[in-house]
Ligand binder design. Structure first.
Ligand code: FES
Length: 503
Protein backbone atom coordinates (compact mmCIF):
# COMPACT_ATOMS: atom_id res chain seq x y z
CA UNK A 1 0.00 0.00 0.00
CA UNK A 2 1.12 3.57 -0.56
CA UNK A 3 1.85 5.83 2.40
CA UNK A 4 3.43 9.27 2.53
CA UNK A 5 6.43 9.93 4.77
CA UNK A 6 4.94 13.27 5.83
CA UNK A 7 1.60 11.92 6.93
CA UNK A 8 3.28 9.06 8.78
CA UNK A 9 5.54 11.46 10.71
CA UNK A 10 3.00 14.22 11.47
CA UNK A 11 0.85 14.33 14.59
CA UNK A 12 -2.63 12.87 14.24
CA UNK A 13 -5.74 15.02 14.19
CA UNK A 14 -9.10 14.46 15.78
CA UNK A 15 -11.58 17.10 14.69
CA UNK A 16 -15.29 16.24 14.83
CA UNK A 17 -17.54 15.71 11.84
CA UNK A 18 -20.25 18.32 11.23
CA UNK A 19 -23.49 17.15 12.87
CA UNK A 20 -25.81 20.17 12.61
CA UNK A 21 -26.72 23.17 10.49
CA UNK A 22 -24.53 26.25 10.91
CA UNK A 23 -24.12 29.70 9.37
CA UNK A 24 -20.73 31.34 8.94
CA UNK A 25 -19.17 34.18 6.95
CA UNK A 26 -16.81 31.91 5.00
CA UNK A 27 -17.06 28.18 4.31
CA UNK A 28 -13.78 26.60 3.27
CA UNK A 29 -13.95 23.24 1.52
CA UNK A 30 -10.66 21.38 1.95
CA UNK A 31 -8.25 21.16 4.88
CA UNK A 32 -4.93 21.20 3.03
CA UNK A 33 -2.36 23.99 3.04
CA UNK A 34 -4.58 26.41 1.07
CA UNK A 35 -7.67 25.82 3.23
CA UNK A 36 -6.02 25.89 6.64
CA UNK A 37 -3.79 28.88 5.93
CA UNK A 38 -6.81 30.77 4.56
CA UNK A 39 -8.84 29.83 7.65
CA UNK A 40 -6.01 31.02 9.91
CA UNK A 41 -5.93 34.48 8.30
CA UNK A 42 -9.67 34.95 7.91
CA UNK A 43 -10.40 33.94 11.51
CA UNK A 44 -7.72 36.40 12.60
CA UNK A 45 -9.55 39.08 10.61
CA UNK A 46 -12.60 38.36 12.77
CA UNK A 47 -14.60 36.36 10.21
CA UNK A 48 -16.66 33.36 11.25
CA UNK A 49 -15.19 30.43 9.35
CA UNK A 50 -15.91 26.72 8.94
CA UNK A 51 -13.42 24.31 7.36
CA UNK A 52 -14.95 21.16 5.87
CA UNK A 53 -12.45 18.39 5.16
CA UNK A 54 -13.71 15.14 3.69
CA UNK A 55 -10.89 13.03 5.17
CA UNK A 56 -8.29 14.36 7.64
CA UNK A 57 -6.33 17.61 7.58
CA UNK A 58 -3.46 17.50 5.06
CA UNK A 59 -4.68 14.06 4.05
CA UNK A 60 -4.76 14.89 0.33
CA UNK A 61 -2.20 16.48 -1.95
CA UNK A 62 -0.60 18.58 0.81
CA UNK A 63 0.39 15.50 2.80
CA UNK A 64 1.44 13.72 -0.39
CA UNK A 65 3.60 16.54 -1.73
CA UNK A 66 7.39 16.97 -1.79
CA UNK A 67 7.68 19.28 1.21
CA UNK A 68 9.74 21.67 -0.92
CA UNK A 69 9.25 25.45 -0.86
CA UNK A 70 10.93 27.68 -3.41
CA UNK A 71 10.52 30.86 -5.39
CA UNK A 72 11.54 29.21 -8.66
CA UNK A 73 8.87 27.35 -10.68
CA UNK A 74 8.42 23.91 -12.21
CA UNK A 75 7.97 25.51 -15.63
CA UNK A 76 11.15 27.62 -15.18
CA UNK A 77 11.12 31.38 -14.81
CA UNK A 78 12.54 31.97 -18.29
CA UNK A 79 9.51 30.18 -19.80
CA UNK A 80 7.16 32.38 -17.78
CA UNK A 81 9.11 35.37 -19.03
CA UNK A 82 8.89 34.30 -22.68
CA UNK A 83 5.19 33.32 -22.47
CA UNK A 84 4.20 36.39 -20.45
CA UNK A 85 6.77 39.12 -19.89
CA UNK A 86 9.54 40.24 -17.60
CA UNK A 87 7.20 41.99 -15.18
CA UNK A 88 5.13 38.82 -14.75
CA UNK A 89 8.11 36.55 -14.18
CA UNK A 90 9.49 38.97 -11.62
CA UNK A 91 6.12 39.14 -9.82
CA UNK A 92 5.90 35.33 -9.79
CA UNK A 93 9.33 35.04 -8.16
CA UNK A 94 8.62 37.84 -5.67
CA UNK A 95 5.17 36.59 -4.68
CA UNK A 96 6.46 33.06 -4.20
CA UNK A 97 9.39 34.32 -2.10
CA UNK A 98 6.90 36.25 0.06
CA UNK A 99 4.87 33.06 0.60
CA UNK A 100 7.96 31.11 1.71
CA UNK A 101 8.91 33.94 4.10
CA UNK A 102 5.40 33.91 5.50
CA UNK A 103 5.57 30.18 6.21
CA UNK A 104 8.86 30.68 7.99
CA UNK A 105 7.36 33.47 10.11
CA UNK A 106 4.31 31.37 11.01
CA UNK A 107 6.55 28.46 12.00
CA UNK A 108 8.63 30.74 14.22
CA UNK A 109 5.71 32.66 15.70
CA UNK A 110 3.75 29.54 16.67
CA UNK A 111 6.71 27.22 17.19
CA UNK A 112 5.21 24.71 14.77
CA UNK A 113 7.20 21.48 14.83
CA UNK A 114 7.46 20.74 11.13
CA UNK A 115 11.24 20.56 10.50
CA UNK A 116 11.24 23.82 8.54
CA UNK A 117 14.70 24.69 7.31
CA UNK A 118 16.26 26.87 4.65
CA UNK A 119 18.08 24.80 2.02
CA UNK A 120 19.61 25.39 -1.42
CA UNK A 121 17.73 24.62 -4.62
CA UNK A 122 19.72 23.04 -7.46
CA UNK A 123 18.91 22.78 -11.15
CA UNK A 124 21.14 20.50 -13.21
CA UNK A 125 21.50 18.65 -16.47
CA UNK A 126 23.25 15.31 -16.68
CA UNK A 127 24.33 15.77 -20.31
CA UNK A 128 24.95 18.87 -22.38
CA UNK A 129 21.54 18.58 -24.08
CA UNK A 130 19.96 20.92 -21.55
CA UNK A 131 22.88 23.23 -20.85
CA UNK A 132 21.01 25.96 -22.68
CA UNK A 133 18.05 25.62 -20.29
CA UNK A 134 20.37 26.06 -17.33
CA UNK A 135 22.03 29.02 -18.99
CA UNK A 136 18.70 30.75 -19.62
CA UNK A 137 17.59 30.18 -16.04
CA UNK A 138 20.83 31.69 -14.73
CA UNK A 139 20.31 34.81 -16.83
CA UNK A 140 16.65 35.13 -15.85
CA UNK A 141 17.42 34.59 -12.17
CA UNK A 142 20.13 37.26 -12.26
CA UNK A 143 17.77 39.69 -13.99
CA UNK A 144 15.44 39.36 -11.00
CA UNK A 145 18.10 39.75 -8.37
CA UNK A 146 18.20 36.04 -7.58
CA UNK A 147 21.75 34.91 -6.92
CA UNK A 148 22.37 31.73 -8.92
CA UNK A 149 25.81 30.15 -8.57
CA UNK A 150 27.12 27.89 -11.30
CA UNK A 151 28.52 24.53 -10.18
CA UNK A 152 30.69 21.81 -11.71
CA UNK A 153 29.43 19.13 -9.37
CA UNK A 154 26.61 18.40 -6.93
CA UNK A 155 26.85 17.28 -3.32
CA UNK A 156 24.87 14.14 -4.25
CA UNK A 157 26.31 11.35 -6.43
CA UNK A 158 25.05 12.53 -9.81
CA UNK A 159 27.38 13.44 -12.68
CA UNK A 160 26.36 16.76 -14.18
CA UNK A 161 27.13 18.66 -17.34
CA UNK A 162 25.95 21.94 -15.84
CA UNK A 163 24.24 23.00 -12.64
CA UNK A 164 23.16 26.03 -10.67
CA UNK A 165 22.41 26.60 -7.03
CA UNK A 166 20.07 29.16 -5.48
CA UNK A 167 20.41 29.53 -1.72
CA UNK A 168 17.64 30.30 0.73
CA UNK A 169 14.81 28.02 -0.41
CA UNK A 170 13.15 25.76 2.14
CA UNK A 171 11.83 22.35 3.15
CA UNK A 172 9.41 21.20 5.83
CA UNK A 173 6.95 18.48 6.67
CA UNK A 174 3.79 19.91 5.05
CA UNK A 175 1.36 17.70 7.00
CA UNK A 176 2.98 18.70 10.30
CA UNK A 177 2.84 22.38 9.29
CA UNK A 178 -0.86 22.27 8.38
CA UNK A 179 -1.87 20.29 11.45
CA UNK A 180 0.28 22.50 13.69
CA UNK A 181 -1.12 25.73 12.20
CA UNK A 182 -4.69 24.40 12.56
CA UNK A 183 -4.14 24.24 16.33
CA UNK A 184 -3.24 27.94 16.31
CA UNK A 185 -6.35 29.13 14.50
CA UNK A 186 -8.62 31.34 16.58
CA UNK A 187 -11.11 28.69 17.72
CA UNK A 188 -13.74 31.29 18.67
CA UNK A 189 -14.03 32.25 15.03
CA UNK A 190 -13.21 29.05 13.20
CA UNK A 191 -14.46 25.50 13.50
CA UNK A 192 -12.77 22.65 11.70
CA UNK A 193 -14.69 19.54 10.69
CA UNK A 194 -12.99 16.37 9.46
CA UNK A 195 -14.64 13.40 7.74
CA UNK A 196 -17.23 15.85 6.46
CA UNK A 197 -17.80 15.49 2.77
CA UNK A 198 -19.51 18.33 0.90
CA UNK A 199 -21.72 16.60 -1.65
CA UNK A 200 -23.67 19.58 -2.99
CA UNK A 201 -23.48 23.36 -3.08
CA UNK A 202 -26.70 25.25 -3.63
CA UNK A 203 -25.59 28.59 -4.97
CA UNK A 204 -27.50 31.75 -4.12
CA UNK A 205 -27.10 35.01 -2.31
CA UNK A 206 -26.23 32.76 0.59
CA UNK A 207 -24.60 29.51 -0.52
CA UNK A 208 -25.71 26.31 1.19
CA UNK A 209 -23.21 23.46 1.41
CA UNK A 210 -24.70 20.03 2.13
CA UNK A 211 -22.77 17.34 3.99
CA UNK A 212 -23.82 13.92 5.36
CA UNK A 213 -25.23 15.26 8.65
CA UNK A 214 -25.51 19.01 8.37
CA UNK A 215 -25.41 22.11 6.21
CA UNK A 216 -23.26 25.21 6.18
CA UNK A 217 -24.71 28.50 4.98
CA UNK A 218 -22.19 31.14 3.95
CA UNK A 219 -22.00 34.23 1.76
CA UNK A 220 -18.47 33.31 0.70
CA UNK A 221 -17.08 29.90 -0.17
CA UNK A 222 -13.44 28.97 -0.79
CA UNK A 223 -12.98 25.76 -2.73
CA UNK A 224 -9.54 24.82 -1.45
CA UNK A 225 -9.86 21.44 -3.11
CA UNK A 226 -7.15 21.72 -5.74
CA UNK A 227 -9.54 21.43 -8.68
CA UNK A 228 -12.74 23.25 -7.66
CA UNK A 229 -15.63 20.96 -6.71
CA UNK A 230 -18.36 21.02 -9.36
CA UNK A 231 -18.33 22.26 -12.93
CA UNK A 232 -16.38 25.42 -13.77
CA UNK A 233 -14.95 26.74 -17.06
CA UNK A 234 -11.47 26.67 -15.49
CA UNK A 235 -11.55 22.88 -15.73
CA UNK A 236 -10.87 23.22 -19.44
CA UNK A 237 -7.68 25.12 -18.58
CA UNK A 238 -6.14 22.88 -15.91
CA UNK A 239 -4.78 19.44 -16.77
CA UNK A 240 -4.57 16.72 -14.11
CA UNK A 241 -1.34 14.76 -13.71
CA UNK A 242 0.01 12.35 -11.15
CA UNK A 243 3.55 12.15 -9.89
CA UNK A 244 5.20 9.50 -7.69
CA UNK A 245 7.54 9.60 -4.71
CA UNK A 246 9.62 7.15 -2.76
CA UNK A 247 11.54 7.63 0.49
CA UNK A 248 14.61 5.40 0.40
CA UNK A 249 16.35 4.75 3.71
CA UNK A 250 20.13 4.67 3.21
CA UNK A 251 22.69 2.19 4.52
CA UNK A 252 25.38 4.82 4.13
CA UNK A 253 25.75 8.34 2.81
CA UNK A 254 24.95 11.57 4.58
CA UNK A 255 24.13 14.16 1.94
CA UNK A 256 23.50 17.88 2.50
CA UNK A 257 19.92 19.11 2.55
CA UNK A 258 18.72 20.44 -0.74
CA UNK A 259 16.16 20.39 -3.53
CA UNK A 260 17.68 18.79 -6.64
CA UNK A 261 15.90 19.20 -9.97
CA UNK A 262 17.00 17.32 -13.06
CA UNK A 263 16.18 19.25 -16.24
CA UNK A 264 16.34 16.44 -18.74
CA UNK A 265 14.98 13.48 -16.88
CA UNK A 266 12.17 11.89 -18.77
CA UNK A 267 11.28 9.98 -15.67
CA UNK A 268 12.98 11.06 -12.45
CA UNK A 269 12.55 14.77 -12.00
CA UNK A 270 13.69 15.69 -8.52
CA UNK A 271 15.39 14.48 -5.38
CA UNK A 272 15.66 15.72 -1.82
CA UNK A 273 17.16 14.55 1.42
CA UNK A 274 15.48 13.87 4.75
CA UNK A 275 17.02 12.92 8.09
CA UNK A 276 15.64 11.90 11.44
CA UNK A 277 16.68 9.81 14.44
CA UNK A 278 16.06 6.59 12.48
CA UNK A 279 18.52 7.46 9.72
CA UNK A 280 19.18 9.23 6.43
CA UNK A 281 16.77 9.14 3.53
CA UNK A 282 16.70 10.24 -0.07
CA UNK A 283 13.36 11.06 -1.67
CA UNK A 284 13.12 10.50 -5.41
CA UNK A 285 10.13 11.99 -7.19
CA UNK A 286 8.93 11.77 -10.75
CA UNK A 287 6.96 9.83 -13.34
CA UNK A 288 4.45 12.45 -14.43
CA UNK A 289 1.51 11.20 -16.43
CA UNK A 290 -2.04 12.26 -17.19
CA UNK A 291 -4.49 10.96 -14.60
CA UNK A 292 -6.30 7.77 -15.60
CA UNK A 293 -4.41 7.27 -18.86
CA UNK A 294 -1.87 4.53 -18.07
CA UNK A 295 -1.94 0.74 -18.29
CA UNK A 296 0.53 0.02 -15.51
CA UNK A 297 0.85 2.49 -12.64
CA UNK A 298 3.00 0.33 -10.36
CA UNK A 299 5.87 0.63 -12.85
CA UNK A 300 6.41 4.26 -11.81
CA UNK A 301 7.37 3.19 -8.31
CA UNK A 302 9.60 0.44 -9.72
CA UNK A 303 11.47 2.91 -11.91
CA UNK A 304 11.97 5.37 -9.05
CA UNK A 305 13.36 2.57 -6.91
CA UNK A 306 15.75 1.47 -9.69
CA UNK A 307 16.96 5.03 -10.02
CA UNK A 308 17.48 5.44 -6.25
CA UNK A 309 19.40 2.15 -6.03
CA UNK A 310 21.60 3.13 -8.97
CA UNK A 311 22.73 6.34 -7.27
CA UNK A 312 22.59 5.61 -3.54
CA UNK A 313 23.34 2.84 -1.05
CA UNK A 314 19.68 2.04 -0.38
CA UNK A 315 18.69 -0.19 2.54
CA UNK A 316 14.96 -0.22 1.84
CA UNK A 317 12.10 1.79 0.41
CA UNK A 318 10.18 2.74 3.53
CA UNK A 319 7.51 4.92 2.00
CA UNK A 320 6.00 5.34 -1.40
CA UNK A 321 3.17 7.59 -2.41
CA UNK A 322 1.72 9.64 -5.20
CA UNK A 323 0.11 13.05 -5.62
CA UNK A 324 -1.97 14.94 -8.11
CA UNK A 325 -1.21 18.27 -9.70
CA UNK A 326 -2.95 20.40 -12.29
CA UNK A 327 -0.94 22.10 -15.02
CA UNK A 328 -2.40 25.47 -16.05
CA UNK A 329 -2.95 26.31 -19.73
CA UNK A 330 -1.08 29.63 -19.63
CA UNK A 331 1.58 28.71 -17.07
CA UNK A 332 0.15 30.54 -14.04
CA UNK A 333 -2.26 29.31 -11.36
CA UNK A 334 -5.85 30.54 -11.13
CA UNK A 335 -6.52 32.17 -7.76
CA UNK A 336 -9.56 34.28 -6.94
CA UNK A 337 -13.30 34.61 -7.36
CA UNK A 338 -15.00 32.39 -9.88
CA UNK A 339 -17.45 34.93 -11.35
CA UNK A 340 -18.66 37.61 -8.92
CA UNK A 341 -20.65 34.95 -7.09
CA UNK A 342 -18.77 34.73 -3.80
CA UNK A 343 -17.19 31.40 -4.78
CA UNK A 344 -13.39 31.46 -4.72
CA UNK A 345 -10.89 28.84 -5.79
CA UNK A 346 -7.16 28.30 -6.18
CA UNK A 347 -5.99 25.80 -8.76
CA UNK A 348 -3.48 25.08 -11.54
CA UNK A 349 -0.49 25.06 -9.18
CA UNK A 350 1.47 22.55 -11.29
CA UNK A 351 4.04 20.92 -8.96
CA UNK A 352 4.64 24.18 -7.10
CA UNK A 353 1.55 23.90 -4.91
CA UNK A 354 2.79 24.28 -1.34
CA UNK A 355 4.13 27.76 -2.04
CA UNK A 356 1.17 28.71 -4.24
CA UNK A 357 -1.25 27.35 -1.60
CA UNK A 358 0.04 29.83 0.97
CA UNK A 359 0.16 32.59 -1.63
CA UNK A 360 -3.53 31.86 -2.34
CA UNK A 361 -4.32 32.30 1.35
CA UNK A 362 -2.52 35.67 1.32
CA UNK A 363 -4.65 36.75 -1.65
CA UNK A 364 -7.93 35.43 -0.17
CA UNK A 365 -7.24 37.22 3.11
CA UNK A 366 -7.28 40.54 1.28
CA UNK A 367 -9.98 39.84 -1.29
CA UNK A 368 -12.49 38.57 1.29
CA UNK A 369 -11.79 41.58 3.49
CA UNK A 370 -12.38 44.04 0.66
CA UNK A 371 -8.73 45.05 0.38
CA UNK A 372 -6.52 45.20 -2.67
CA UNK A 373 -3.79 42.63 -3.05
CA UNK A 374 -0.72 43.32 -5.16
CA UNK A 375 -0.79 39.86 -6.75
CA UNK A 376 -4.55 39.29 -7.12
CA UNK A 377 -4.71 40.66 -10.67
CA UNK A 378 -1.78 38.56 -11.89
CA UNK A 379 -3.31 35.28 -10.75
CA UNK A 380 -7.01 36.15 -11.02
CA UNK A 381 -9.20 33.12 -11.61
CA UNK A 382 -11.39 34.64 -14.30
CA UNK A 383 -8.63 35.81 -16.60
CA UNK A 384 -8.91 35.13 -20.31
CA UNK A 385 -5.59 34.47 -22.05
CA UNK A 386 -6.40 32.81 -25.39
CA UNK A 387 -3.02 33.41 -27.02
CA UNK A 388 -0.96 32.20 -24.05
CA UNK A 389 -3.29 29.24 -23.47
CA UNK A 390 -4.08 28.19 -27.04
CA UNK A 391 -1.48 25.47 -27.59
CA UNK A 392 -2.12 23.61 -24.33
CA UNK A 393 -5.85 24.31 -24.44
CA UNK A 394 -6.34 22.70 -27.86
CA UNK A 395 -4.04 19.74 -27.18
CA UNK A 396 -5.51 18.94 -23.77
CA UNK A 397 -9.13 19.34 -24.72
CA UNK A 398 -8.67 17.04 -27.73
CA UNK A 399 -7.23 14.56 -25.22
CA UNK A 400 -10.36 14.92 -23.03
CA UNK A 401 -12.59 14.39 -26.06
CA UNK A 402 -10.73 11.15 -26.81
CA UNK A 403 -11.41 9.90 -23.28
CA UNK A 404 -15.14 10.18 -23.90
CA UNK A 405 -14.78 7.74 -26.80
CA UNK A 406 -14.07 5.01 -24.22
CA UNK A 407 -17.81 4.97 -23.62
CA UNK A 408 -18.34 3.38 -27.04
CA UNK A 409 -19.58 -0.25 -27.05
CA UNK A 410 -16.73 -2.78 -27.09
CA UNK A 411 -14.28 -0.45 -25.30
CA UNK A 412 -14.47 -2.27 -21.94
CA UNK A 413 -11.50 -4.29 -20.60
CA UNK A 414 -13.55 -7.42 -19.84
CA UNK A 415 -16.96 -8.97 -20.40
CA UNK A 416 -17.11 -11.37 -17.44
CA UNK A 417 -16.46 -10.83 -13.73
CA UNK A 418 -14.23 -13.91 -13.50
CA UNK A 419 -11.75 -12.07 -15.73
CA UNK A 420 -11.11 -9.73 -12.78
CA UNK A 421 -8.35 -11.12 -10.53
CA UNK A 422 -8.00 -10.80 -6.75
CA UNK A 423 -6.96 -7.26 -5.79
CA UNK A 424 -7.67 -6.09 -9.32
CA UNK A 425 -10.14 -3.69 -10.94
CA UNK A 426 -11.45 -3.75 -14.50
CA UNK A 427 -14.06 -1.95 -16.53
CA UNK A 428 -16.58 -4.64 -17.49
CA UNK A 429 -19.30 -4.28 -20.13
CA UNK A 430 -22.67 -5.23 -18.61
CA UNK A 431 -25.84 -4.84 -20.71
CA UNK A 432 -24.28 -2.04 -22.78
CA UNK A 433 -23.20 -0.25 -19.62
CA UNK A 434 -19.64 0.09 -18.29
CA UNK A 435 -19.19 -1.17 -14.73
CA UNK A 436 -16.15 -0.51 -12.52
CA UNK A 437 -15.60 -3.96 -11.01
CA UNK A 438 -13.12 -4.49 -8.15
CA UNK A 439 -12.39 -7.84 -6.51
CA UNK A 440 -10.92 -7.32 -3.02
CA UNK A 441 -8.37 -9.55 -1.26
CA UNK A 442 -11.17 -11.73 0.20
CA UNK A 443 -12.66 -12.28 -3.24
CA UNK A 444 -15.64 -10.01 -2.63
CA UNK A 445 -16.68 -8.18 -5.78
CA UNK A 446 -17.53 -4.45 -5.60
CA UNK A 447 -19.50 -3.12 -8.54
CA UNK A 448 -20.14 0.49 -9.50
CA UNK A 449 -21.01 2.35 -12.62
CA UNK A 450 -17.75 3.26 -14.39
CA UNK A 451 -19.26 6.62 -15.34
CA UNK A 452 -17.57 9.46 -13.45
CA UNK A 453 -20.10 11.48 -11.47
CA UNK A 454 -18.49 14.75 -12.51
CA UNK A 455 -19.13 14.87 -16.25
CA UNK A 456 -19.65 11.25 -17.33
CA UNK A 457 -16.19 10.15 -18.48
CA UNK A 458 -15.27 6.46 -17.98
CA UNK A 459 -12.92 5.84 -15.05
CA UNK A 460 -9.70 3.81 -15.24
CA UNK A 461 -8.27 1.34 -12.68
CA UNK A 462 -5.08 2.52 -10.94
CA UNK A 463 -3.30 -0.68 -9.86
CA UNK A 464 -0.69 1.13 -7.72
CA UNK A 465 -3.16 3.00 -5.54
CA UNK A 466 -6.21 0.74 -5.91
CA UNK A 467 -8.41 3.56 -7.08
CA UNK A 468 -10.69 4.47 -9.98
CA UNK A 469 -9.21 7.53 -11.73
CA UNK A 470 -11.01 9.72 -14.21
CA UNK A 471 -8.95 10.70 -17.27
CA UNK A 472 -10.99 13.82 -18.08
CA UNK A 473 -10.63 16.22 -15.12
CA UNK A 474 -8.87 14.09 -12.52
CA UNK A 475 -11.59 12.92 -10.12
CA UNK A 476 -10.45 9.85 -8.21
CA UNK A 477 -12.58 7.31 -6.36
CA UNK A 478 -11.83 4.57 -3.83
CA UNK A 479 -12.07 0.97 -5.07
CA UNK A 480 -15.32 1.01 -3.12
CA UNK A 481 -16.63 4.05 -4.99
CA UNK A 482 -16.16 6.95 -2.53
CA UNK A 483 -14.64 10.21 -3.77
CA UNK A 484 -10.93 10.63 -2.95
CA UNK A 485 -10.27 13.91 -4.75
CA UNK A 486 -11.04 15.97 -7.82
CA UNK A 487 -14.07 17.93 -8.97
CA UNK A 488 -16.68 15.14 -8.52
CA UNK A 489 -19.02 15.60 -5.56
CA UNK A 490 -20.62 12.17 -5.50
CA UNK A 491 -19.35 8.59 -5.24
CA UNK A 492 -19.61 6.21 -8.17
CA UNK A 493 -23.14 4.78 -8.40
CA UNK A 494 -23.39 1.33 -6.87
CA UNK A 495 -24.40 -1.64 -9.02
CA UNK A 496 -25.81 -4.90 -7.73
CA UNK A 497 -23.47 -7.81 -8.45
CA UNK A 498 -26.17 -10.31 -7.47
CA UNK A 499 -28.21 -9.25 -10.47
CA UNK A 500 -25.58 -10.86 -12.69
CA UNK A 501 -25.78 -14.54 -13.62
CA UNK A 502 -22.03 -14.89 -14.22
CA UNK A 503 -21.03 -13.25 -10.92
FE1 FES B 1 -14.68 15.33 -15.03
FE2 FES B 1 -14.53 12.75 -14.44
S1 FES B 1 -13.49 14.35 -13.55
S2 FES B 1 -15.68 13.70 -16.01
Amino acid sequence: MTRSLWKAKAQKTNYPALKNNITVDVAIVGGGITGITSAYFLAKEGKKVAVLESHELAGGTTGDSTGNLYKMVDKRLHHIQSKWDEKTARAVAESRAAAVDLIENLVKEHEIKCDFKRVPWYLFSETNKKDETIEKEIITAKDYGIKADTLQELPIPVQVSSAIKVEGQAQFNPAAFVRGLAEKIDSENCHIYEHTNVHHIEKGEDHVLSTQHGTVTAKKVILATHSPKGIYPVQTAIYPHREYAIAAKLNSGDYPDGIYWDTEATFHTSMRTFKNHTGNYVLVLGGHHKVGQEDNYERFFEKLEQHARKLFDVAEIEYKWSAQHYKPADGLPYIGESSDDGIYFATGFSTDGLTYGVLSAMIFKDLLSGRENEWAELYKAKRFTPIKSAKNYIKENINVAKQYLKDLPGKAEAERFYEVGIGEGKVVEVDDEKWAVYKDETGQVHCHSAVCTHMDCIVDWNDAEKSWDCPCHGSRFEATGDVIEGPAFSPLDKRDVKSRKDS
